[in-house]
Design a protein around this ligand. Structure first.
Ligand SMILES: NC(=O)c1ccc[n+]([C@@H]2O[C@H](COP(=O)([O-])OP(=O)(O)OC[C@H]3O[C@@H](n4cnc5c(N)ncnc54)[C@H](O)[C@@H]3O)[C@@H](O)[C@H]2O)c1
Length: 314
């Protein structure tokens, strides 16, 4: 069994990935690391800044880490407030991990990219793996550059780095960290708290999304796949379902008649408008057998249940 390090473990994906992987690995083989501990899990936790190569290398050596799940990033909406810092965090932390792999101090890397690599000039519907990519945000630019570097390390050094271009992720454990699809999580909190929901995107903005359980399963599937079957060395398109704020609202209002929404779009609208409506994930399906389990309706049911439980136990 491998020993793994999750960098950025206290974020939206990390908090759920550590628990998910603890069903596969022994808990003592999972090391979590972040700038600060934010959750109450009892995994081994190291406080570190992923901008320091030596801090990560020390952890890798001390705990004899095999695989790194590198989740550190400044996300799309938050990233626009300080573009140079976003570039620095997203790129330096990735290079630090790629270099550890190049030096054979670790065996395998997982690094998530995002649909933000696409832009206004990409086809909106059924956006293909190799469609035009002219990202609008510094986050998207960093993800697209990161993808190219992953491909370069794969091709040049034989580094085993695997990546998925995630759509907007919907989950309940930890609030999202400043992305353009965050409304699709916060709407459930307003629903359960019986508040009127203010949506920062227009009602007709269709975006690709995915439920966290499918995110975790996709990461596991890709990391387990035979390297020789993986034709994409940069990052794999991945798809589950797409919806608009209005479609989500109507779905919730069917169950909670008095739920109200109003729309007040802000700077995030422009980012959302530049992203695809629906992604074509044929390469993931063919190369490593990807198929989502959760439909839009099933995600809604799960989120209502989980957010209700969470708020009732607070
Ligand atoms: N959440 C989504 O909808 C989504 C979609 C596509 C791709 N992704 C990608 O998945 C990855 C994880 O996303 P997330 O939603 O969990 O993000 P998040 O913002 O919730 O978590 C990121 C974590 O990284 C930590 N971090 C930031 N800078 C750090 C540093 N210098 N050193 C150590 N830790 C640092 C933060 O404290 C945070 O806990 C990111 O690469 C993101 O781009 C996320």
């Amino acid at each position: 069994m491998s020993r793994i390090l999750i960098l950025g473990s206290e974020g939206q994906i990390g908090t759920e990935l550590s628990i998910f992987l603890s069903k596969i690995y022994s808990k003592s083989d999972i090391i979590t690391a972040d700038l600060n501990k934010k959750t109450d899990t009892d995994f081994k936790f190291i406080k570190l800044n992923a901008l320091s190569y030596f801090d990560i290398e020390n952890v890798v050596k001390k705990y004899e880490v095999d695989d790194v799940y590198h989740l550190v990033a400044v996300l799309s909406a938050k990233g626009e407030a300080d573009p140079l810092n976003t570039w620095k965090v997203n790129m330096t932390s990735l290079f630090n991990v790629l270099e550890l792999a190049r030096k054979k101090l670790i065996k395998k890397v997982f690094w998530p990219s995002s649909i933000s690599v696409f832009g206004d000039t990409s086809p909106k519907n059924n956006t293909a793996q190799f469609s035009i990519k002219e990202p609008l945000t510094v986050y998207g630019i960093s993800k697209l550059s990161g993808e190219s570097w992953c491909e370069y390390y794969n091709n040049t050094y034989g580094t085993d780095v695997r990546s998925i271009r995630f759509p907007g992720i919907i989950s309940s454990k930890t609030l999202p960290g400043g992305g353009t699809t965050d409304y699709a999580v916060s709407i459930f909190y307003s629903l359960i708290k019986k508040e009127v929901f203010k949506c920062f995107l227009n009602k007709g903005t269709k975006l690709p999304m995915i439920y966290i359980e499918d995110v975790l399963r996709s990461i596991r599937m890709l990391m387990k796949a035979d390297k020789n079957t993986l034709r994409i060395k940069s990052s794999y398109n991945l798809s589950a379902f797409s919806f608009t704020p209005n479609e989500l609202y109507l779905n919730l209002q069917k169950r909670f008649k008095n739920f109200k929404i109003f729309y007040e779009s802000d700077y995030r609208q422009k980012i959302a408008d530049s992203w695809p409506n629906k992604i074509n994930d044929n390469y993931s399906r063919k190369d490593w057998g990807w198929k989502p389990k959760y439909s839009f309706d099933e995600m809604v049911e799960e989120m209502i249940k989980k957010v209700s439980n969470k708020l009732n136990n607070e």
